[in-house]
Design a binder for this molecule. Structure first.
Ligand SMILES: C[S@@+](CC[C@H](N)C(=O)[O-])C[C@H]1O[C@@H](n2cnc3c(N)ncnc32)[C@H](O)[C@@H]1O
Length: 511
């Protein structure tokens, strides 16, 4: 299989292993409700994904990400502290447009590669990742994802994001974007069966259908006064006009054709006209999903959604519509799936999870990560807050900051680290699986592969393995791995009790 090489690749292939493990700190004042298990994390996703590992390795069911597209105009900054002279000179500098910056693609690949590696480790065996991308990086992304996830696990979706070309598009109007999809282990039966009636919620004598908007903004590059003509309902003669500052997306000829084919719906309550969209014949099959995503919201829908929650509609260049993410979740999620978006932006993924839960009484959970100071709290979390209020969603979320590294500068365990945090971390480094918190009992933190694990930490006085501790050990034939600051038992006593002592912090594995 061909692989891709770029400047800096050799320095980042194992960078995920070098990132320090940090603690997460919950910020109650920025959270909504108690214990919803939905998380919004403020921080760089490389460190945040690493921090999630002891809790979620191999447990995330669906990942939907929408990374910077590397258009040359986004002003994203490559700031991963990779220890390589080639890369060090890139740090903290804005990644500019192609003409000013010939290493734009190298930097983007250096940024994405270690993150994709961590995302793969977080995915469950039946998990799926969806990555939104446009043509700036699609080809590169496909090759590195083939390398990381395996080319046999690939599927490809195409999302129709808009109905017409913008004024910068001179030769080809690009109406679509890619969604690269990789299964952790591709096989039939991972995706849910389709349900036409669910996708097309309305029904008349001709079968199920949906309504789609036919208005768009009439400002700036989109201004077309000729597209502001009246549309007449042939049944009543009533004339409908586009709203102020809006215009139709279809011309007079198309309107006439659609009226003839009974494809327009006149909504007298809202004083609006909609297109009637019916499933095509080829969509009749229930067990095949199609990779062409036509009626799942557009860029304009996504901007309207932000506007309806009282944000500026131009907050993000490329927000995703809730319906697009809901569609991907309908295909792929179970009612109790955990969904991760590590490039959260305006928080569409979390909104989609809450909305789908409301629709089908599900209990899906979301984790979203956003790096920008100005975005995480005031946009990502605020959007979810407003959506919960407006649409009466039952769940809340916990807002977390990335906290100090677990090991401080002297190599000691950070003072603020709690017993449960260290237990979770140690159990993970010992077993590569997640701790079952319900099994923690006193100093016992769990068992795995005929080993019992104990942690003596945050004790009043000293964290010492001594004779009196032996009374706290469960009777079993398992090896007892005991973490403590000091051990006052001699070798014979340890052998007799089948104990392996590990000294904190020196024998706590750096993950
Ligand atoms: C294209 S936007 C996502 C838009 C989102 N899907 C929506 O619907 O609004 C990408 C987001 O990822 C964030 N981001 C970029 N690099 C990141 C990183 N290393 N860690 C966390 N967030 C990051 C950016 O700040 C930006 O908000």
């Amino acid at each position: 299989m061909p692989t891709l090489n770029w400047i800096g690749k050799e320095a980042v292939v194992t960078h995920d292993k070098e990132v320090p493990f940090r603690l997460l700190r919950k910020v109650k004042s920025a959270s909504v409700g108690d214990n919803s298990q939905n998380l919004i994390i403020h921080g760089d996703n490389l460190e945040a994904l690493k921090a999630l590992m002891p809790y979620y390795v191999n447990k995330i069911d669906i990942i939907t990400i929408d990374p910077p597209y590397n258009t040359g105009f986004e002003g994203w900054i490559y700031s991963d502290k990779v220890n390589s002279p080639k890369i060090k000179k890139w740090l903290g500098k804005t990644v500019g447009s192609e003409s000013q910056d010939l290493t734009r693609h190298d930097k983007w690949l250096c940024m994405m590669y270690p993150r994709l590696k961590l995302l793969k480790e977080l995915l469950s065996d039946e998990g799926v990742i969806f990555v939104n991308i446009d043509d700036n990086e699609q080809a590169h992304l496909k090759i590195i994802m083939d390398e990381i996830f395996g080319e046999g696990n690939f599927e490809h979706f195409v999302w129709k994001k808009k109905g017409g070309a913008g004024n910068t598009e001179k030769i080809i109007g690009t109406l679509t974007e890619h969604i690269l999809c990789y299964f952790r282990n591709k096989k039939a039966g991972i995706f849910n069966y389709r349900n036409i009636e669910r996708e097309y919620k309305l029904k008349d004598e001709f079968g199920p259908y949906n309504l789609g908007g036919i208005e768009k903004t009439n400002r700036g590059a989109y201004k077309r006064e000729t597209m502001r003509f009246p549309i007449t309902d042939p049944k009543t003669g009533k004339k409908f006009y586009p709203k102020e500052n809006m215009r139709w997306t279809i011309g007079q000829d198309t309107v006439e054709k659609m009226i003839k084919n009974n494809e327009l719906f006149f909504d007298y309550e809202k004083n609006k006209v909609y297109a009637i969209k019916r499933p095509e014949n080829y969509e009749a099959s229930e067990n095949v999903h199609y990779n062409l995503l036509l009626d799942v919201g557009s860029l304009a829908t996504a901007k309207n959604e932000l506007q309806s929650l009282e944000f500026d509609r131009e907050l993000f260049d490329t927000p995703k519509p809730v319906e697009l993410i809901k569609h991907l979740l309908r295909i792929s999620s179970k009612k109790d799936s955990i969904i991760l978006d590590s490039f959260a932006g305006s928080g569409t993924a979390g909104h989609a999870v809450l909305d789908l839960n409301k629709e089908d009484n599900g209990n899906r959970k979301f984790i979203m990560i956003e790096m920008e100071d100005k975005v995480a709290k005031d946009i990502t979390a605020e959007r979810i807050k407003r959506a919960i209020k407006k649409y009466d969603y039952k769940d809340g979320f916990e807002y977390c900051e990335l906290d100090k590294p677990l090991f401080n500068e002297e190599g000691q365990i950070e003072e603020e680290c709690t017993f449960e945090q260290l237990a979770t971390y140690i159990y993970f480094t010992e077993t590569q699986t997640n701790i079952d918190k319900k099994k923690i009992s006193g100093n016992f933190i769990g068992e795995y592969n005929e080993k019992d694990f104990y942690l003596i930490f945050k004790e009043k006085g000293k964290n010492v393995l001594n004779k009196s501790f032996l009374n706290k050990i469960k009777k079993s034939n398992n090896i007892k791995v005991i973490y403590a600051d000091r051990c006052l038992l001699d070798e014979n006593a340890l052998d007799e009790m089948n104990i392996k002592f590990k000294q904190i912090p020196y024998e706590v594995e750096r993950y």
